[in-house]
Ligand binder design. Sequence first.
Ligand code: KG4
Ligand code: ZN
Length: 346
Amino acid sequence: MSSLLLLAIESSCDESAVAIVRVAQPGGRPEILADTVLSQAAIHARFGGVVPEIASREHINAIAQLTEQALNEAGVTLSELGAIAVTVAPGLIGALFVGTQFAKGLCVALKIPLIEVNHLEGHLAACDLLETRPPFPHLALLVSGGHTTLYEVKAPFEIESLGTTIDDAAGEAFDKTAKMLGFPYPGGAQLSKMAAGGARDFVKLPIGRDKHNPLNFSFSGLKTAVSLFLNSQSDKTWIADHVPSICASIESAIVEALTQRVKMACEQRGIHHVVLAGGVAANGYLRERLTQTLTPLSGTLYAPPVKWCTDNAVMIAAAGVRRYEAGKIGSLTLLPRAYEPLSEAF
Ligand code: KG4
Ligand code: ZN
């Protein structure tokens, strides 16, 4: 194979993104030529969450322009592209339709292969862009606004789910408690920022467990406990004065729940290399606690730079390159899927 130019499209939720990468030779690290992201967060913030119909419309408004912008940034033309990768699942169906139909149209016109990428696979593949790639097998903690799952990744397309959330996702726990404190959607990053300098043991919060599987997660109890705590304080000025410590306590409870499961899985499986991915992987305290946990085990934490933790198209490109090199070409009649666990994506 000569060098490959691959364009990738992400439109599964409220970020429209287009990226272009070049791979000089098979197995080589993708070189990023363009990385465009247009977030709709500010548009959805006034509704307190993502409105699917608005998300689809915004993707339609953005996609052609972002593609042109990416081509200009990369200094390449459509005719030079060797393949297009697109997020096909899971996500908002209307939002996914925009990206997949656009990608299919381009692939038909350009007579190039279409590569289907599962969004969660994309989050994990972001670590392919690191200078040192995680060795196989490794554990992977995927923590985003919609998903919280701990996997054993045995090989690039061989993955086993060890534990998952039985109610809210970790990002959802951040966002819902942030909302209770009055932060606009999605409040996770702002809650974390406010936590700096706060006392982590200020409010005692529960770490939810599932008696059927100790590697599962549960965050609904934490949400209720925060709500009860805030409602039990009649003095709102007192709450306002203690926001940093309340935030630090919430962040600690979520991070400890995640860290405990990773430690348990490392011990159970005898694997000490861990990939951290998804929007919540941007959280500095989570990275710090996982590093502290893995160091005595001689393990390593592999986490993408913060900008590739939240939704982007570079991670879809990285996953697309993996699939292209493995000969996994998608069908031009593909339809997007709202639901698709990662273990069923290959
Ligand atoms: O992966 P992502 O961009 O979208 C989904 O696929 O869901 O993840 C978004 C989630 C949101 O819940 C957001 O609040 C959370 O990631 N997030 C954070 C931080 N940055 C983003 N949560 C905690 N700390 C952060 N620094
Ligand atoms: Zn995501």
